[in-house]
Design a protein around this ligand. Sequence first.
Ligand code: LMR
Length: 326
Amino acid sequence: MRKFDFLVGLMIVLLAASPVCAGPLVIKFAHVVAVDTPKGQAAEYFKKLVEERSKGEIKVEVYPNASLYDDRAALEAITMNALQMAAPSFSKFTTFVPQLELFDLPFLFNDNDHLHKVLNGDVGQKLLKMVEKKGIVGMAYWDNGFKQMSANKPLIKPEDAAGLKFRIMSSKVLEAQFKALNANPQVLPFSEVYSALQQGVVDACENPLSNFYTQKFYEVQKDLTMTNHGYLGYMVVASKLFWKKLSDPQRELITQAMKESTVYANKLAVELDEKYLGEIKTAGTTVIDLTQEQRQAWKDKLMAIYPEFYDSIGKDLIEGALAAGK
Ligand code: LMR
């Protein structure tokens, strides 16, 4: 009997110490867009790299389409390590780091090169550090693309937007942007936009083309103007509590996979933007190109809001970002 007790005890100790028994380390990665978007695909790519290279030691569970959390809830969950990773758009960080609203400023970036200079330069580094102070690890920036405005009427002059209810992400800059057009901004989670457009809760919205197409907004928006007025991108973040628990080799593996996934995401963002422009036209939404003068009228109207954000975002950050484009 004694011998039996001893053997059972020994087995328990051995099983508890065994790595097989411990099971894989699970990273839950939540996002709100479709799988066929730059972010959706890059999250899948990251999963593939991490799982292959860790030989099953680390498992990445990707939850697309807000199936686990919307962005607000995801950021809360990350601070508690109920969620390990997410990639919310910059506008979703308002309550944590209002300076990230820099990226919402209309007509701030001339093109992708200008944007990348800012993200990969001092301004981008400063912002990652600001996020770190909030108990979140800022890992990378992933592109989506420039936003286009859509409605059920052609938006050609800034005055055409007056009186329309525009869905916005939770950002003071985006609120000011639509107020400057005498439109009515309404904050809604991404997952509710289609039904809000369908039911007339809102009339109009602004999205990069991959989100417009994959959410089927072409079914509920007749006209889309290539305003290219603002940028939508992401900060990929991880829970600090989770990050601290990793071993050095695990952290290195994840960091390297993230580097490669970022290259992948940004290349795909350009490709999908082009691809979905064609698909949107085929789906029946009228795509309107603005002349240089028409676009200038939108610029004049919308860039006038910058001084309102000199305090909350920082004049130095805004000027630093503008200077990178000269
Ligand atoms: C939105 O809410 O419109 C975006 O943040 C969605 C996304 O993640 O691209």
